[in-house]
Design a protein around this ligand. Structure first.
Ligand code: SF4
Length: 422
């Protein structure tokens, strides 16, 4: 048996797991399970620990390697677990040398490695460049795949642990991104999703400081065979003019944006150290809707951030309507060790859960409103599997008898409250 990579968390981890699988196998590792962990919430870290214990029970002969953001921020905790054979850093995991070192360590010492010897985690804040990779294809073979163009973050939002897991912002040179996209399209992947931690800070560290707008323009110009380009989560306050023009002009850039809004209350936004106001968020949504009237907008919003009152929470609920959101990702506030917000007066846990439930209900109603408004329209649906597709607006569609990977113009006949029907 070769190497199994278990992925937690975000699209970035999904892309990186493909690279890990490749590099670990190239290093000749066998009988190995790699946990590519997430640290965004306490829950995510607990899930990684549970999986490690379960997998070791199920396959006692296998080696367990933990990497990802939780390994980077809590290396000792994982190294103290008897089930764990090695802890690899979040940048190290992208380098072949880390997996060759793991192989030599395992060959040298069959079992019973001491805690300190298990840890191979470099200082993530010292990382200045992205390890270059050119994936020929995704093992999943799915029609939609992610391309990592940026990593890390220079901001320090008070609730967020990501910079401590991924380091400061760094970008993949434009030429390498275009080559990566071309290779994946040549392998038959239909839709490419550009992903990063703080995508809109793309290029700030590159010569000539190209921005995300120019990157999208270059990809669409130099890969004419690419049918669909999608952008994952962005910080709307950093969107550049070029990107707005591409949104307005180019049909191949999908009319769907996901925004990192986090709250609808200005005082909470200040305490989060976000760089936008409620009014900025509402104006940005109106601006992109003027440029692309059918655009679908989504957002991340945190429920129960420290000091949040009922009135402040109500402003987050109202923001859904005011911004005309369709997709809502609700994050119950999770106290992360070492973050400034963890030292602020906390909202009681049951109130956090209750607010998250209420906000999700607002989100579901907004999605249903958009689904209903689609009936009678003709949409370009990317066939993802035998039973599901997604429109250019990222709306799910129930389908049958279609070929995965194809893009079909289909007329929307109805919806079931969660998916469209044709
Ligand atoms: S912008 Fe803020 S929330 Fe996003 S990764 Fe950076 S610190 Fe975290």
């Amino acid at each position: 048996m070769s190497v199994d990579v278990i992925t937690f968390g975000c699209r970035l981890n999904a892309f990186e797991s493909e690279v890990i699988a490749l590099e670990a196998e190239r290093a000749g590792l066998t009988e190995t399970i790699v946990i590519n962990s997430c640290a965004v919430t306490n829950e995510a870290v607990a899930q990684a620990r549970q999986s490690i214990r379960r997998l070791k029970r199920e396959r006692p002969e296998a080696r367990i390697v933990v990497t990802g953001c939780a390994a980077q921020t809590q290396a000792d905790m994982f190294a103290d677990m008897a089930e764990v054979d090695r802890v690899v850093g979040n940048d190290d995991k992208m380098r072949g040398s880390a997996w060759r070192d793991a192989r030599s360590a395992f060959d040298a010492l069959p079992f019973g490695i001491s805690t300190s010897e298990k840890i191979a985690v470099a200082d993530i804040m010292a990382v200045k460049e992205m390890a270059p990779h050119l994936l020929e294809g995704f093992q999943s073979g799915l029609p939609r795949v992610f391309v990592q163009v940026q990593n890390g973050c220079d901001h320090r939002c008070t609730f967020c642990i990501i910079p401590y897991g991924r380091g400061n912002s760094r970008s993949v040179p434009m030429g390498a991104v275009v080559d990566q996209v071309r290779a994946l399209v040549a392998r038959g992947h239909t839709e490419i999703v550009l992903t990063g931690v703080d995508l809109t800070s793309y290029g700030a560290d590159l010569p000539g400081t190209p921005k995300l707008g120019l990157l999208t323009r270059q990809i669409l110009r130099h890969v004419p065979e690419l049918k669909r380009l999608r952008i994952s989560s962005i910080d709307q306050v950093e969107v550049d003019r070029d990107l707005l023009d591409v949104i307005a002009d180019d049909e191949r850039l999908m009319p769907h944006l996901h925004l990192s809004l986090q709250s609808g209350d200005d005082m909470i936004l200040k305490r989060m150290k976000r760089r936008h106001s409620r009014a900025d968020a509402i104006e940005f949504c109106a601006q992109v809707r003027r440029l692309r009237p059918d655009i679908a907008l989504g957002a991340d919003i945190i429920a129960g951030f420290p000091t949040e009152t009922e009135d402040m929470f109500a402003r987050s609920q109202d923001l859904v309507e005011e911004c005309g959101l369709t997709f809502l990702h609700v994050f119950p506030y999770s106290k992360r060790p070492g973050t400034p917000a963890s030292r602020m007066p906390q909202v009681p846990g049951d109130k956090i859960k209750e607010r998250a439930r209420r906000l999700r209900a607002v989100g579901e109603a907004a999605l249903q409103k958009r689904l209903a408004s689609e009936i009678g329209t003709t949409r370009h649906v990317l066939i993802e599997s035998a039973t599901q597709g997604r429109t250019e607006h990222f709306l799910p569609v129930a389908i049958s008898g279609e070929t995965p990977g194809a893009v079909r113009a289909l007329t929307i006949a109805g919806d079931d409250g969660a998916r469209l029907r044709v």
